[in-house]
Design a protein around this ligand. Structure first.
Ligand code: RIB
Length: 274
């Protein structure tokens, strides 16, 4: 804000604009803020704590009225003192900072149960980075489903793809080459599912006949793939809109009721599963 006047500008800090989840989120935030006469400054942090703090400083120097951020490193204790309205999106960082997210553990469990119901008997999980809480929750959701249904020997079927397609492709290829029985894969996000599909093709597995795949996110590219990807979709656009509403309530000093908003996910069934 400019000496208590508003700049009608907000900051949006995301970890990686190359991951299609984030441009979809940015699009929705820009659309919603424009309706209210605001401009959005986009910052890419590479999930690096130093860059995030640096961007918060720069944004404050530019007199933004508030910031929506996606971060797993910012500490609520330190940024509470920052003195401007904040909303954590996709990755809550504590109860004192309002947040918008989904129940990642439950959604992941449901995604794996879906593969089990489709007849898969040996399901692998390609994880996002374990230091990102939502990736860890998805991993725990996978474990819940595997344990609840008494699946055997799944410990060797858990590998890391770091929320990147290339790493997911490499590690999945090695996994498939060393394990003939895998007939299902739960990828922790959609771009890793894309890597999984490339690996499956290179390893000579037919999707979905030999190998069924489910992703997570529901980004638009999941529908452009061949075969089209079944995925546990987050309501990305609605989540962006909700983050704007929560931020605007705080900027405009309206009565604030909501502090945590948790959205439902849903499976979009396509041809990467039977
Ligand atoms: O695609 C990357 C992941 O990062 C998404 O699933 C989203 O939840 C974000 O945290």
């Amino acid at each position: 804000s400019l000496y208590n006047k508003k700049s009608y500008t907000i900051g949006l800090i995301v970890p990686d604009i190359m991951n299609p989840f984030f441009p979809e989120l940015a699009r929705s935030i820009e659309d919603e803020m424009n309706v209210h006469g605001y401009t959005v400054i986009l910052c890419n942090s590479d999930a690096d704590a130093k860059k995030e703090e640096h961007y918060l400083d720069i944004l404050k120097q530019k007199y933004v009225d508030g910031v929506i951020f996606v971060s797993h490193t910012l500490k609520q204790e330190s940024i509470k003192e920052w003195g401007l309205p904040l909303v954590a999106l996709d990755r809550p960082i504590g109860e004192d900072i309002p947040s918008v997210s989904v129940d990642n553990r439950k959604a992941a469990r449901t995604a794996v149960e879906y593969l089990i119901n489709k007849g898969c008997q040996s399901i692998a999980h390609i994880c996002g980075p374990s230091f990102i809480p939502n990736a860890n929750e998805r991993y725990l959701g996978y474990l819940d489903a595997m344990q609840n249904t008494n699946q055997k020997n799944y410990e060797e079927l858990i590998i890391n793809g770091y929320y990147q397609w290339k790493e997911a492709e490499k590690s999945t290829y090695t996994l498939l080459k060393n394990n003939d029985s895998i007939d299902g894969i739960f990828a922790g996000n959609d771009i890793m599912a894309l890597g999984v599909m490339k690996a499956a093709e290179a390893a000579g597995r037919k999707i979905p006949k030999d190998l069924q795949i489910i992703g997570f996110d529901g980004v638009q590219i999941s529908e452009m793939l061949n075969p089209e990807l079944t995925t546990m979709a987050q309501p990305i656009y609605e989540m962006g809109t909700k983050a704007c509403e929560m931020l605007l309530e705080r900027i405009e000093g309206n009565q604030v009721l909501e502090t945590m908003s948790c959205f439902e996910t849903r499976i979009i069934e396509r041809s990467s599963t039977l």
